[in-house]
Design a protein. Structure first.
Ligand SMILES: C[S@@+](CC[C@H](N)C(=O)[O-])C[C@H]1O[C@@H](n2cnc3c(N)ncnc32)[C@H](O)[C@@H]1O
Length: 243
Protein backbone atom coordinates (compact mmCIF):
# COMPACT_ATOMS: atom_id res chain seq x y z
CA UNK A 1 0.00 0.00 0.00
CA UNK A 2 2.75 2.45 0.88
CA UNK A 3 3.97 2.42 -2.76
CA UNK A 4 0.62 3.47 -4.22
CA UNK A 5 0.16 6.91 -5.75
CA UNK A 6 -3.22 8.33 -6.76
CA UNK A 7 -2.36 7.58 -10.41
CA UNK A 8 -2.36 3.84 -9.67
CA UNK A 9 -5.79 3.84 -8.08
CA UNK A 10 -9.02 2.70 -9.69
CA UNK A 11 -12.48 3.67 -8.46
CA UNK A 12 -12.72 0.25 -6.76
CA UNK A 13 -9.42 0.87 -4.93
CA UNK A 14 -10.74 4.22 -3.71
CA UNK A 15 -13.99 2.65 -2.50
CA UNK A 16 -11.99 0.01 -0.68
CA UNK A 17 -9.78 2.67 0.93
CA UNK A 18 -12.78 4.69 2.05
CA UNK A 19 -14.14 1.58 3.74
CA UNK A 20 -10.84 0.82 5.49
CA UNK A 21 -10.12 1.38 9.19
CA UNK A 22 -7.09 3.46 8.32
CA UNK A 23 -9.26 5.93 6.40
CA UNK A 24 -12.04 6.03 8.97
CA UNK A 25 -10.13 6.11 12.26
CA UNK A 26 -8.31 9.34 12.90
CA UNK A 27 -5.97 7.59 15.36
CA UNK A 28 -4.69 5.17 12.71
CA UNK A 29 -1.07 5.92 11.68
CA UNK A 30 -2.00 5.91 7.95
CA UNK A 31 -5.15 8.01 8.40
CA UNK A 32 -3.85 11.40 7.22
CA UNK A 33 -1.99 9.93 4.27
CA UNK A 34 -5.07 8.06 3.05
CA UNK A 35 -7.35 11.06 3.51
CA UNK A 36 -4.99 13.12 1.33
CA UNK A 37 -4.67 10.35 -1.25
CA UNK A 38 -8.45 9.99 -1.59
CA UNK A 39 -9.08 13.74 -1.67
CA UNK A 40 -6.44 14.27 -4.41
CA UNK A 41 -7.89 11.38 -6.41
CA UNK A 42 -11.32 13.01 -6.42
CA UNK A 43 -9.89 16.42 -7.36
CA UNK A 44 -8.10 14.82 -10.30
CA UNK A 45 -11.21 12.95 -11.44
CA UNK A 46 -13.24 16.14 -11.21
CA UNK A 47 -10.69 18.02 -13.34
CA UNK A 48 -10.84 15.25 -15.95
CA UNK A 49 -14.64 15.47 -16.10
CA UNK A 50 -14.77 19.26 -16.21
CA UNK A 51 -11.80 20.50 -18.23
CA UNK A 52 -11.28 24.20 -17.75
CA UNK A 53 -11.66 24.95 -21.44
CA UNK A 54 -14.69 25.20 -23.68
CA UNK A 55 -12.64 24.06 -26.70
CA UNK A 56 -13.38 20.34 -26.29
CA UNK A 57 -16.28 18.14 -27.41
CA UNK A 58 -17.16 20.72 -30.07
CA UNK A 59 -19.09 18.20 -32.19
CA UNK A 60 -20.74 19.66 -35.28
CA UNK A 61 -19.68 23.31 -35.47
CA UNK A 62 -20.77 26.44 -37.27
CA UNK A 63 -18.29 29.32 -37.38
CA UNK A 64 -19.51 32.78 -38.35
CA UNK A 65 -17.65 36.02 -39.04
CA UNK A 66 -14.50 34.03 -39.71
CA UNK A 67 -12.63 36.76 -41.65
CA UNK A 68 -9.59 34.93 -43.06
CA UNK A 69 -10.89 31.49 -41.93
CA UNK A 70 -7.68 30.79 -40.04
CA UNK A 71 -9.46 30.03 -36.76
CA UNK A 72 -11.65 27.42 -38.47
CA UNK A 73 -8.54 25.93 -39.99
CA UNK A 74 -6.64 25.90 -36.70
CA UNK A 75 -9.55 24.18 -34.94
CA UNK A 76 -9.52 21.35 -37.45
CA UNK A 77 -5.75 20.94 -36.98
CA UNK A 78 -5.88 21.10 -33.18
CA UNK A 79 -6.00 17.74 -31.43
CA UNK A 80 -8.66 17.00 -28.81
CA UNK A 81 -11.23 19.60 -29.91
CA UNK A 82 -13.66 16.80 -30.74
CA UNK A 83 -14.85 18.45 -33.96
CA UNK A 84 -17.09 16.00 -35.82
CA UNK A 85 -18.26 18.31 -38.61
CA UNK A 86 -17.91 21.95 -39.59
CA UNK A 87 -19.47 24.74 -41.60
CA UNK A 88 -17.14 27.76 -41.69
CA UNK A 89 -18.47 31.10 -42.90
CA UNK A 90 -17.47 34.69 -43.55
CA UNK A 91 -19.59 37.82 -43.57
CA UNK A 92 -17.81 39.01 -46.70
CA UNK A 93 -19.02 37.66 -50.01
CA UNK A 94 -16.84 35.21 -51.95
CA UNK A 95 -15.30 37.82 -54.23
CA UNK A 96 -14.55 40.18 -51.31
CA UNK A 97 -12.51 37.80 -49.14
CA UNK A 98 -8.73 38.14 -48.77
CA UNK A 99 -6.15 35.91 -50.47
CA UNK A 100 -5.47 34.40 -47.06
CA UNK A 101 -9.14 33.51 -46.67
CA UNK A 102 -9.19 31.88 -50.13
CA UNK A 103 -6.10 29.85 -49.24
CA UNK A 104 -7.62 28.68 -45.96
CA UNK A 105 -10.96 27.96 -47.66
CA UNK A 106 -9.19 25.68 -50.14
CA UNK A 107 -7.50 23.82 -47.29
CA UNK A 108 -10.80 23.44 -45.39
CA UNK A 109 -12.68 22.24 -48.47
CA UNK A 110 -10.00 19.61 -49.08
CA UNK A 111 -10.87 18.27 -45.63
CA UNK A 112 -14.54 18.08 -46.61
CA UNK A 113 -15.55 21.20 -44.68
CA UNK A 114 -18.25 23.46 -46.15
CA UNK A 115 -17.20 27.10 -46.54
CA UNK A 116 -19.97 29.67 -47.00
CA UNK A 117 -19.61 33.36 -47.84
CA UNK A 118 -21.93 36.29 -47.20
CA UNK A 119 -23.44 34.83 -44.01
CA UNK A 120 -24.92 37.45 -41.70
CA UNK A 121 -24.66 36.17 -38.12
CA UNK A 122 -27.79 38.17 -37.22
CA UNK A 123 -29.82 36.54 -39.98
CA UNK A 124 -28.66 32.96 -40.30
CA UNK A 125 -32.13 31.96 -41.52
CA UNK A 126 -31.44 33.83 -44.78
CA UNK A 127 -28.93 31.20 -45.90
CA UNK A 128 -29.01 28.21 -43.52
CA UNK A 129 -31.95 25.85 -43.45
CA UNK A 130 -32.67 22.49 -41.80
CA UNK A 131 -29.34 22.09 -40.03
CA UNK A 132 -28.40 22.18 -36.34
CA UNK A 133 -25.07 22.36 -34.54
CA UNK A 134 -23.50 21.35 -31.24
CA UNK A 135 -21.37 24.50 -31.13
CA UNK A 136 -21.70 27.85 -32.89
CA UNK A 137 -18.61 30.04 -32.72
CA UNK A 138 -18.05 33.76 -33.32
CA UNK A 139 -14.46 34.86 -32.65
CA UNK A 140 -14.05 38.56 -31.92
CA UNK A 141 -17.33 39.85 -33.37
CA UNK A 142 -16.88 43.41 -34.53
CA UNK A 143 -18.87 45.51 -36.97
CA UNK A 144 -15.88 47.76 -37.63
CA UNK A 145 -17.76 50.95 -36.74
CA UNK A 146 -18.46 52.91 -33.60
CA UNK A 147 -21.62 54.59 -34.89
CA UNK A 148 -24.43 53.84 -32.45
CA UNK A 149 -27.35 51.74 -33.66
CA UNK A 150 -30.75 52.33 -32.07
CA UNK A 151 -28.85 54.34 -29.44
CA UNK A 152 -26.59 51.38 -28.55
CA UNK A 153 -23.01 50.36 -29.31
CA UNK A 154 -23.28 48.53 -32.69
CA UNK A 155 -21.37 45.53 -31.32
CA UNK A 156 -23.97 45.04 -28.62
CA UNK A 157 -26.65 44.99 -31.35
CA UNK A 158 -24.56 42.51 -33.38
CA UNK A 159 -24.15 40.16 -30.38
CA UNK A 160 -27.84 40.30 -29.48
CA UNK A 161 -28.90 39.67 -33.06
CA UNK A 162 -26.44 36.78 -33.41
CA UNK A 163 -27.52 35.09 -30.18
CA UNK A 164 -31.17 35.41 -31.13
CA UNK A 165 -30.70 34.02 -34.63
CA UNK A 166 -28.30 31.23 -33.56
CA UNK A 167 -30.73 29.90 -30.92
CA UNK A 168 -32.74 28.10 -33.64
CA UNK A 169 -29.59 26.39 -34.94
CA UNK A 170 -28.51 24.70 -31.71
CA UNK A 171 -29.01 21.01 -31.08
CA UNK A 172 -30.41 20.17 -27.63
CA UNK A 173 -27.70 21.07 -25.09
CA UNK A 174 -25.80 22.92 -27.84
CA UNK A 175 -23.74 25.96 -26.97
CA UNK A 176 -22.41 29.19 -28.37
CA UNK A 177 -18.84 30.39 -27.94
CA UNK A 178 -18.01 34.07 -28.40
CA UNK A 179 -14.53 35.43 -27.78
CA UNK A 180 -13.78 39.10 -27.11
CA UNK A 181 -11.02 41.24 -25.68
CA UNK A 182 -11.21 41.04 -21.89
CA UNK A 183 -11.41 44.66 -20.79
CA UNK A 184 -13.99 46.95 -19.20
CA UNK A 185 -14.29 48.82 -22.51
CA UNK A 186 -15.27 45.67 -24.46
CA UNK A 187 -17.49 44.43 -21.63
CA UNK A 188 -19.28 47.79 -21.80
CA UNK A 189 -19.55 47.58 -25.59
CA UNK A 190 -20.94 44.03 -25.76
CA UNK A 191 -22.93 43.94 -22.49
CA UNK A 192 -22.72 40.18 -22.65
CA UNK A 193 -24.95 39.31 -19.70
CA UNK A 194 -27.76 41.60 -20.92
CA UNK A 195 -27.46 40.14 -24.43
CA UNK A 196 -27.80 36.59 -23.02
CA UNK A 197 -30.92 37.49 -21.11
CA UNK A 198 -32.42 39.29 -24.10
CA UNK A 199 -31.89 36.33 -26.43
CA UNK A 200 -33.15 33.62 -24.01
CA UNK A 201 -29.87 32.16 -22.70
CA UNK A 202 -28.70 31.37 -19.17
CA UNK A 203 -25.99 33.63 -17.80
CA UNK A 204 -22.85 32.80 -19.78
CA UNK A 205 -19.82 31.05 -18.30
CA UNK A 206 -16.45 32.65 -19.09
CA UNK A 207 -13.04 31.16 -19.79
CA UNK A 208 -9.78 32.91 -20.53
CA UNK A 209 -8.71 32.61 -24.15
CA UNK A 210 -5.12 32.41 -25.39
CA UNK A 211 -4.78 32.84 -29.18
CA UNK A 212 -1.40 31.09 -28.99
CA UNK A 213 -3.20 27.84 -28.14
CA UNK A 214 -4.48 27.80 -31.74
CA UNK A 215 -1.59 27.19 -34.09
CA UNK A 216 -2.02 29.01 -37.38
CA UNK A 217 -4.76 31.33 -36.09
CA UNK A 218 -4.07 34.84 -37.37
CA UNK A 219 -6.69 37.20 -36.03
CA UNK A 220 -7.59 40.11 -38.31
CA UNK A 221 -9.57 43.30 -37.84
CA UNK A 222 -12.86 43.88 -39.64
CA UNK A 223 -11.61 46.69 -41.89
CA UNK A 224 -7.94 45.85 -42.45
CA UNK A 225 -5.48 42.99 -42.19
CA UNK A 226 -4.00 44.23 -38.90
CA UNK A 227 -4.86 42.66 -35.57
CA UNK A 228 -6.32 44.58 -32.63
CA UNK A 229 -5.13 41.69 -30.47
CA UNK A 230 -1.61 43.13 -30.63
CA UNK A 231 -2.82 45.98 -28.39
CA UNK A 232 -4.39 43.73 -25.76
CA UNK A 233 -3.14 41.03 -23.42
CA UNK A 234 -6.29 39.41 -22.10
CA UNK A 235 -9.09 37.69 -23.96
CA UNK A 236 -12.21 35.93 -22.83
CA UNK A 237 -14.46 33.24 -24.31
CA UNK A 238 -18.11 33.36 -23.28
CA UNK A 239 -20.10 30.13 -23.37
CA UNK A 240 -23.86 30.51 -23.76
CA UNK A 241 -26.50 27.80 -23.32
CA UNK A 242 -30.21 28.27 -23.82
CA UNK A 243 -32.39 28.74 -20.73
C1 LIG B 1 -12.42 41.58 -35.58
S1 LIG B 1 -12.91 40.64 -37.00
C2 LIG B 1 -12.56 38.97 -36.47
C3 LIG B 1 -12.44 38.02 -37.61
C4 LIG B 1 -12.19 36.57 -37.20
N1 LIG B 1 -13.32 36.03 -36.49
C5 LIG B 1 -10.96 36.48 -36.36
O1 LIG B 1 -11.05 36.12 -35.18
O2 LIG B 1 -9.88 36.76 -36.89
C6 LIG B 1 -14.69 40.72 -36.92
C7 LIG B 1 -15.38 39.94 -38.00
O3 LIG B 1 -16.79 40.06 -37.80
C8 LIG B 1 -17.40 40.04 -39.06
N2 LIG B 1 -18.76 40.59 -38.99
C9 LIG B 1 -19.16 41.87 -38.80
N3 LIG B 1 -20.51 41.94 -38.86
C10 LIG B 1 -20.96 40.67 -39.06
C11 LIG B 1 -22.23 40.07 -39.21
N4 LIG B 1 -23.36 40.80 -39.16
N5 LIG B 1 -22.31 38.74 -39.42
C12 LIG B 1 -21.18 37.97 -39.47
N6 LIG B 1 -19.95 38.49 -39.34
C13 LIG B 1 -19.84 39.81 -39.14
C14 LIG B 1 -16.45 40.89 -39.93
O4 LIG B 1 -16.63 40.64 -41.29
C15 LIG B 1 -15.08 40.44 -39.41
O5 LIG B 1 -14.56 39.39 -40.18
Amino acid sequence: MSYLTQNDLSKEDINRLIGSQAYRQSTHPDHNRLQTLVRDWFVKEYDKATPNTPWVNLGDCLLVGEGNLSFARSLTDKPKTGVTGMVASTYETGNAVSDEASKNAKHLKQKGIAVLYGIDARKLEQKLKGIKFDTIIFQFPNVGSRDPKYGHNPNHILLRGFLKSAASYLKPDGRILVTTVNSPHYEGAFQVTEAAEFAGYKQPVSYSFDPDDFTGYVHTNTNDDDSALDNHAKFITWEFRLS
